[in-house]
Design a binder for this molecule. Structure first.
Ligand code: 5AD
Ligand code: SF4
Length: 482
């Protein structure tokens, strides 16, 4: 860190050493300072949290929002109007980094006109030393930079910046600490993400996550269940259990526990109606989990099961530790236990050394599994990962052509899968009213697809039976079924 906190300790008296008390102390101090700033400015100062990337980041952003609100900043959706802008970044693919630099340049120009403006950056990209170096050199107007391991310290970092004119940088390489009971502001009153584990130990050869999110750590089942019980008591009916590899949950706990056992406990929480989770690694998906899912009345009929490639040769180079045949056999087992399950996946095209034959294997898996939807990615070289130094990186034009062919296949199959459920009645959790179509609401089905049907704002947060009248490719138009 460029600014040493112990400098303020003398002035401010005793700072609690334990967490989360220490952070609540800094929230109070920052609140006092913010009051002065608002009085000076003659208005309430505002904030905007911009999230890039995955569901983990979305959940982290709710924690950042909770802390900013506790300090007294008011939320605004418009980052160009906000006095405190924080970018929660992603670095899983290179284009995510480029977007951050682009938007940051624009923000720097706005900051020149607003003396109260502060800019903070956090998330996965900040765990890359090259990114931080670049920011230190070319983006001096950034106020606070921190990483993925210490977001719980946000209040302390804000206060440190309030007390100094210097850039505050605090990046940790790793941690085994999990701080519980900090404030958090949910985006939706009726559903919430819940972290069950952090980090990843898999080291897929293309992936930067293990380097930026650190080693796998599971939260204690007690802390998870307490959080879910509180959420349910507060009106949450759907939770999404989050982890990079939820199927290996519990292995690092003092008293080990499986993910399936955790699900059994979550299922018992009263008031909770739906349980989702992501992401599942095929190599760790157990029979016990399939059994728990099949028996459950609350676990959604949806499984996100990233395949990444259909070629056993490429899968081995990716260090995925399963073959095409293993994956297909797993899918068959899952479908046997739950014929109505919706399967989705992630696929990377253009991994180093991928030939047309390897790509055909990927298409073959797509055709055999028939995914409800698939996220398709062009391989992106991430410095520091084993794949970045592999020979025979594939020609961009070849990759683009394969990507287009894959996308067409995936979209055609999605539309067919969607159509095959037309006419059914399924329960939908009403999430919002449609902006552009008055009198209509959007509901999420157990399969994770959306359905639009007549309704009003009073229905938000309720689960209703909906007739899926018409399939429109990847969503439905429906009506309440009585
Ligand atoms: N290039 C392209 N896609 C990637 N993913 C992870 N790393 C890379 C990379 N280097 C994809 C994987 C993963 C999803 C979250 O992002 O498909 O499942
Ligand atoms: Fe990355 Fe593989 Fe871990 Fe997923 S399982 S976060 S793809 S290393």
């Amino acid at each position: 860190m460029e600014y040493n906190l112990s400098d303020t300790a003398g002035k401010e008296g005793r700072i609690p050493q334990g967490e989360p008390q220490r952070q609540y102390y800094f929230m109070e101090r920052a609140k006092e300072r913010l009051e002065q700033m608002c009085a000076e400015a003659g208005r309430r100062l505002t904030f905007c949290v911009v999230t890039f990337g995955c569901q983990m980041n979305a959940r982290d952003s709710e924690k950042l929002t909770g802390i900013l609100e506790r300090i007294g900043y008011e939320e605004t959706p418009d980052e160009e109007q906000a006095d405190f802008v924080i970018y929660n970044t992603c670095t899983v693919r290179e284009n995510a980094n480029q977007r951050v630099y682009g938007r940051l340049g624009q923000l720097g120009r706005i900051k020149k006109k607003n003396p109260y403006m502060r800019i903070a950056l956090c998330g996965c990209m900040m765990q890359e030393p090259e990114a931080v170096e670049k920011l230190k050199k070319s983006y001096r107007f950034v106020d606070i930079i921190f990483g993925t391991h210490n977001i719980y310290k946000f209040a302390e970092l804000i206060y440190t910046r309030m007390e100094s004119e210097r850039m505050v940088i605090d990046i940790w390489n790793d941690t085994d600490q999990i701080v519980e009971d900090l404030p958090s502001e949910r985006k939706y009153p009726f559903k919430s993400g819940v972290n069950i584990m952090f980090g990843c130990n898999n080291f897929c050869s293309y992936c930067i996550v293990p380097y930026v999110r650190g080693r796998e750590r599971s939260r204690s089942p007690r802390a998870i269940l307490r959080e879910i019980e509180r959420l349910a008591a507060d009106g949450v009916v759907e939770v999404m259990l989050l982890g990079q590899n939820v199927n290996s949950y519990g292995k690092t706990l003092e008293t080990p526990m499986t993910f399936a056992q955790l699900l059994r406990e979550v299922e018992k929480v009263e008031g909770l109606e739906r349980i989702r989770f992501m992401t599942s690694h095929p190599k760790d998906l157990s029979d016990e989990l399939i059994e728990v899912m099949a028996q459950s009345g609350k676990i959604c009929r949806h499984l996100h099961l990233p395949v990444q490639s259909g070629s056993s040769r490429i899968l081995q180079k990716m260090n995925r530790r399963y073959t095409k045949e293993d994956y297909l056999a797993l899918v068959e087992k899952i479908r046997r236990a739950m014929p109505d399950i919706s399967l989705t996946t992630d696929i990377i095209v253009g991994f180093p050394g991928e030939t047309e034959e390897d790509f055909q294997d990927t298409l073959d898996v797509v055709r055999k599994v028939r995914y409800d939807s698939a996220f398709t990615f062009i391989y992106s070289k991430r410095t520091g990962t084993p794949a970045a130094v592999m020979e025979d990186q594939v020609e961009p034009a070849v990759v683009k052509d394969r990507f287009d062919r894959l996308l067409r296949e995936v979209q055609d199959i999605s539309a067919e899968m969607c159509a095959s459920r037309q006419g059914m009645v399924q329960s939908a959790l009403v999430e919002s009213v449609d902006d552009h179509e008055p009198g209509m609401v959007t509901g999420r089905l157990s399969s994770n697809l959306l359905v639009h049907f007549p309704g009003d704002a009073s229905m938000i947060g309720s689960i209703c039976p909906v007739l899926l009248r018409e399939c429109r490719g990847f969503y439905y138009i429906g009506e309440i079924s009585r």
